[in-house]
Ligand binder design. Sequence first.
Ligand code: FAD
Ligand code: S2G
Ligand code: ZN
Length: 491
Amino acid sequence: YTSDAYPNVKRNPNFAELSADDVAHFKELLGSQSAVIDGVTTDATDDIEPFNSDWMRKYRGHTRLVLKPKDAQEVSKVLKYCNERKLAVVPQGGNTGLVGGSVPVFDEIVINTSRMNQIRSFDAASGVLVADAGVILEVADQYLAEREHLFPLDLGAKGSCHIGGNVSTNAGGLRLLRYGSLHGSVLGLEAVLPDGTVVDALSTLRKNNTGYDLKQLFIGSEGTIGLVTAVAIQCPPRPKAVNVAYFGLESFEQVQQAYLAAKGQLSEILSAFELMDGRSQKLVIESTGNKHPLEGEYPFYCLVETSGSNAEHDMEKLESFLENVMGEGIVADGVLAQDETQFQALWRWREGITESLSHLGGTYKYDVSIPLADLYQLVEDCKARLTEKGFVGDDDSFPVRAVVGYGHMGDSNLHLNVAVRQYNKEVEKAIEPWVYEWIQKRQGSISAEHGLGVAKREFIGYSQNETMVKLMKQLKNLYDPNGIMNPYKYI
Ligand code: FAD
Ligand code: S2G
Ligand code: ZN
């Protein structure tokens, strides 16, 4: 076995190969037919394929068995058996992860959370929701909307990602600026360790200072120490008035000024501030054919969202903010959503970028945290480097089709994306490790919100020192001594 994603990664010989007896055992254990996709004793290649390849079609594993347990007790029995048999596993939610963490590298068993999809409880007084890990983010948010509450996370993959996957990647998304990170909003979780131990940390208390806060270890652990089976999360009241403005700017300097003005003038009602460069918006025009909301073309665009309790008050605030930034010459042109349809349409100019990129072939994605003043410089430097190396040009003969930058300005999180006709080792080597060195020089993070997975498995050292990596490995060995949890990834 060698993995096509990483030729120098070899399958761990200590891991057992699946047998017909193992499959019979899992079928017995999980009962229902729909819980086991068996590619060991039957040819289930087609059914298994979607579980073997990631959302970007960049990473492909070779699992022959997909298990879909329905609760923590079943997960406990499955993991205990896998641990004793030294069968490696990959926890998988909605499989929308972008770093190859949710698919096997070799023949690891996929444990998919889609059958753990019950909402357990919601308490209107505290706003705390308790739900199974396999509840789809959008389903959880719709459930909350009917109860005038909001899931404190929103991202383009909401229609497919699971809240267990969101917790396991510590997803950031479009509203972290307002509702904070999952490290703050997750009050408790239930998880299962590879030896079958059920970690019941499903506290719904806002405050609970009784010893180490162990749930935090699972938030962002990417399936490497245990499988999250349920989440308790603090949900804010759903804002009565949400609005959005979309505007064009002539320079990144002005983008920074607009962001400062938004923080100062919109303050408590500001709920998102997103950056999109001109090239990223051109891609959305090309792939959707939609008419761009502004007449002129600008090198930068921003999307500013407000969420509050009083529509007129908020509209007034947003209108005077727009007048101010346009009057000051910070913003060249702008438009305010007048109704729900326009609100959704304006958001699609930001949320549609990932999809538009995926139509170009392959994408090298760099989800990084850098000091705000340097945020866009990385895109300029990357484009200059690839042009100098002859990979970028203005006709289709060049391998690189677009170098774009967009992201969560309010979190100082840039998404640098290099779109290529097809994945190309030469282009990859021109970017990596140069991009990680660039980030390290500015004490940034090589992964702001997507995690490390397999994509950044060799680069953790650019953002974590040796002591930190050693402490992480000690924890990994404590909870997963046989290393069966999501092996061959970053730890
Ligand atoms: P998967 O992809 O199935 O798994 C992700 C990782 O978590 C894997 O390592 C997997 O092993 C592990 N895992 C999954 N479930 C569990 C579990 N129950 N227990 C233990 N480990 C588990 N991400 C952002 O942060 N911000 C964004 O704005 C954003 N926008 C996106 C837009 C699009 C269009 C797409 C396709 C993706 C986007 N993502 C974004 C990335 C992705 O959606 C998130 O990482 C999301 O949290 C993954 O959830 P999932 O259920 O799909 O997890
Ligand atoms: C976003 C999605 C992934 C990407 O759109 O905020 O997190 O890099 C990203 O396109
Ligand atoms: Zn993002």
